[in-house]
Design a binder for this molecule. Sequence first.
Ligand SMILES: Cc1cc2nc3c(=O)[nH]c(=O)nc-3n(C[C@H](O)[C@H](O)[C@H](O)COP(=O)(O)O)c2cc1C
Length: 190
Amino acid sequence: MMKTLLILGSPRKKGNTEILVGYVQKGIEAVGGTTEVIRLEGLDIHPCIGCGGCEKEGRCVIQDDMQQMYEKIDSADRIIIASPIYFYSVTAQTKAFIDRCQALWSRKYILKQHLQSENRKIGYLLSVSATKGERVFESAILTVRYGLDAMDYEYGGEFVVRGADMKGSITEFKDELDRAFQFGRKVTED
Ligand SMILES: Cc1cc2nc3c(=O)[nH]c(=O)nc-3n(C[C@H](O)[C@H](O)[C@H](O)COP(=O)(O)O)c2cc1C
């Protein structure tokens, strides 16, 4: 059974990212995949303090909610990191989560430990921006792409929607909601 972890990095409840994640989730479940949505806002995930503790055993010394996230990352087959654009990048909640994946970076690149898994592990970015600039997602793509690399996931690409700002305004973008559903199917079938 293909398990997808959807990491919701928007703090805005029932916002555009959350609505899109809901459609992606339906798409995944329509083709028999299982899903788990994790809302980062409200979890206790301290920013990385750069102590280097993880370089010894590939584990973070900070005991907070990130510890359960490491287990979820290791046991999933797909990860979708979903964050709206805040100042041309991911939200602070999402960035704190990714920075804490430095422990997994250490595990992979310093300790040379690789996960054994039956399925390919593939990760994606889902994002929304208010503006329509061509380059608006560039920074988020790089951050998520290399975050996923530390998690030992291949980068499968991004699903992005430009031009949605007000809470819930994405519901007017019917084509994008359908595209989100199809994206969920694709993620599972990749
Ligand atoms: C602090 C903050 C910074 C933002 N920065 C940008 C930005 O740099 N570019 C942009 O296009 N939209 C920006 N936005 C708009 C959000 O990306 C947009 O409202 C999005 O739909 C929010 O998604 P959500 O409803 O899932 O939270 C920003 C919003 C906030 C609150």
